[in-house]
Write a protein that binds this ligand. Structure first.
Ligand code: SF4
Ligand code: SF4
Length: 145
């Protein structure tokens, strides 16, 4: 039995479509929803832990991609460049794990890497691009999930 954590990004036109349930119904997969959010760009982001047979997993991921859902593994790192950060606090409002927090009374942002699940919700929010995603070198491409 294979078990993988993946990040699904749904473009706005797919937000009201029932897509994920078919992983269970048609692909014999089991999943837990670890996080689900709508980003400020009105994309849906969902983090799933998926379990099932390897061939079912591959077919399920192919199905998601064919419907227009972006699928990537949850094995990437998020880097916060403190020197670029203006400590505006925008990212701390969306961070689901409190990896990014605003310390008071100093009003300075702190990043705790070990709490970060690389959901990327903070990246598009940052006005000065102080947060970036870096791909784990062990993975060759987004196809290699
Ligand atoms: S990528 Fe990490 S730091 Fe950014 S919102 Fe997600 S959990 Fe928080
Ligand atoms: S959104 Fe960007 S600039 Fe603002 S606190 Fe977060 S990392 Fe710093």
């Amino acid at each position: 039995m294979l078990s993988k954590k993946v990040v699904l990004t749904f473009p706005q036109p797919l937000l009201d479509k029932a897509i994920v349930y078919r992983l269970i119904k048609d692909y014999n997969l089991i999943f837990n929803i670890l996080q689900a959010r709508i980003t400020p760009d009105e994309e849906g982001v969902m983090i799933l832990e998926i379990r099932g047979k390897r061939e079912d997993y591959k077919a399920g991921v192919d199905y998601l991609r064919e419907t227009g859902v972006k699928v990537r593994p949850l094995n990437e790192s998020i880097f916060w460049r403190e020197s670029e950060c203006t400590h505006c606090g925008l990212c701390t409002d969306v961070c689901p794990t409190q990896a990014l927090t605003l310390e008071r009374p100093e009003m300075r942002v702190r990043f705790e890497k070990k709490r970060c699940i690389a959901c990327e919700l903070c990246i598009s929010l940052c006005p000065v691009r102080a947060i970036e995603r870096r791909v784990n070198k062990k993975r060759k491409s987004d196809e290699d999930i």
